[in-house]
Design a binder for this molecule. Sequence first.
Ligand code: SF4
Length: 275
Amino acid sequence: MCYWPMDWISATETTLGDSLLFSVQIREYLETTGRMAGKLSYNRFMKAKRPVAAETCQRIEEVWRRLGELYGHPRLQPTGDPFGELVSTILSQHTTDASSMRAFSDLRARFPDWKSVKEAPVETVAKTIRFAGLPHQKALAIQTALRELDESDLALLTELSVQKARAKLTAIRGIGDKTASCVLLFALGMPTQPVDTHIERVSKRIGMTNGEKTPTGIQHVLKSCLPADGQTMFAFHVDLIRHGREICVARAPKCTACLMVDICNYASQIHLTVA
Ligand code: SF4
């Protein structure tokens, strides 16, 4: 049974583009809360909790080592601004970095503080963030999050375990695992691994998933194998995204130029030989 609020559905599902973001948010929400009978909830609560094979962890550790050789390990510098991270992550969905940054900058310039954003007419917020795309949908998601959290809630997150902090954030409609993990890692330096489209694709190709197919399942595997500190989670995340953008690109991965080729399932399946 789906418990997604029906008034929120009718109020927000206004265009084809909005519907796309909406369906993704529903999926994140349902996976997070387990409010779906069948495959998704099975994946989250059964498959994602199964033991991770030692071989999978060895592969992840080797990828981590090679990423360091390739790109170095960038230093984590938490922003200390959970609201800013939350809003920028919502704005970044289904758009380019440049567009979401422009929208974030416009939002900060238009409103003096987050309280003003929360209390403004949704149309005004939507117009201000229009460069990020899906403006009505994103304005609603931002205002919902701002209404359901306050500064003291966010400040207390660091006193909770990662699991409890994530649960607190994902209890808010429209905030899924990825958004919550971005807030915890980038704003507060807590050890969690956001799984975006690049992390998911590269992890599946190399074989760092232990058979998991969902972002939540992959997050569990990576978290199980990497050292549980914010610095490692951050550096692994940034380096693997860079690898996905520059080498293991979506349409035609550059396997012959890739340092992972001899440990990659995808490469071995297409019978790429190592020089
Ligand atoms: S070998 Fe190919 S598929 Fe594997 S990580 Fe490298 S680019 Fe991606």
